[in-house]
Design a protein around this ligand. Structure first.
Ligand code: GLN
Length: 258
């Protein structure tokens, strides 16, 4: 009886020691694996949270169509989503350099960007529109000739306006909102920016209007490092979230029907 007790104590002790060893081993290997195991179940999204209603701050939290859609996609893939906020023109370099798994920022698919990154299927049609002050004589893109235009640095608005009207007529801002402020202060004559952010900025500020004539139509997609295996998985998730109505629900939450 006594022997048995001693034996069992020894067994428990041995077990405890081996468990401790095992435990510390496990946590050690977990520790060293952490970065890779973390990155394998966390999707890092690069964005520029200055672009309502796609991505913007609500208090400390980044919300919006892209943020919620990306979270739903990550969920479908059984992964967690982590959002990194950065300048718009840093997103593609971050994706190329592997700092982020993908970029989601109302990013327009362009031929030039296609040489730098791979795109998912497109999930939204955006438009470049023209914001002017209510009393402006500018009524169509033709009237922009020789005018001072504000754009967000590195966006398609920047690209098209610079190409069509000349570099010297373009003022580049880090945030679309700053371009709108400059317009309100009379420093520039128009802002060329995507339609939904334009609506959000015009709604927040008196004395501005959006011209009826759109400047250009474009497609938004997520971008990935070239040859990333994620593209196919994300495309599948996009298709399924579009088919089951999740995507429409997210859009409806942020864009009220006109
Ligand atoms: N759609 C525009 C582009 O891709 C602007 C995107 C943005 O400012 N977030 O260049």
């Amino acid at each position: 009886m006594k022997m048995k007790k001693i034996l069992s104590v020894v067994l428990v002790a041995a077990c405890t020691i081996s468990m401790a060893a095992c435990g510390s081993n496990a946590s050690k290997s977990n520790g060293s694996d952490n970065s890779s195991s973390d990155s394998s179940d966390t999707l890092v999204m690069a964005t520029n949270a200055e672009f309502p209603p796609y991505e913007y701050y609500d208090g400390d939290e980044i919300v919006g169509i892209d943020a919620e859609f990306a979270a739903a996609i990550a969920d479908k893939l059984g992964m967690k989503l982590k959002i990194e906020d950065m300048a718009f023109d840093s997103i593609i370099p971050a994706v190329q350099g592997g700092k982020a798994d993908f970029g989601a920022a109302g990013i327009t698919v362009t031929d030039e960007r296609k040489t730098q990154v791979d795109f998912s299927d497109s999930y939204y049609t955006g438009r470049q529109v023209i914001i002017v002050t209510e009393d402006s004589t500018i009524a169509s893109p033709d009237d922009l000739e020789g005018k001072k235009m504000g754009v967000q640095l590195g966006t398609t608005g920047d690209l098209y306006v610079s190409g069509d009207y000349g570099d010297e007529n373009v003022e580049r801002f880090n945030k679309g909102f700053e371009a709108v402020q400059s317009l309100l202060q009379g420093k520039i004559d128009a802002v060329v920016i995507d339609d939904q952010p334009a609506k959000a900025f015009v709604a927040e500020n008196d004395g501005l209007k959006i011209l009826d004539t759109e400047y250009i139509e474009e497609e938004y997609a997520f971008c990935f490092k070239k040859d990333s295996k994620l593209v196919d998985q994300v495309n599948e998730a996009i298709a399924s979230l579009q088919a089951d109505g999740t995507f429409d629900k997210i859009v409806a939450k942020y864009i009220t029907a006109e």
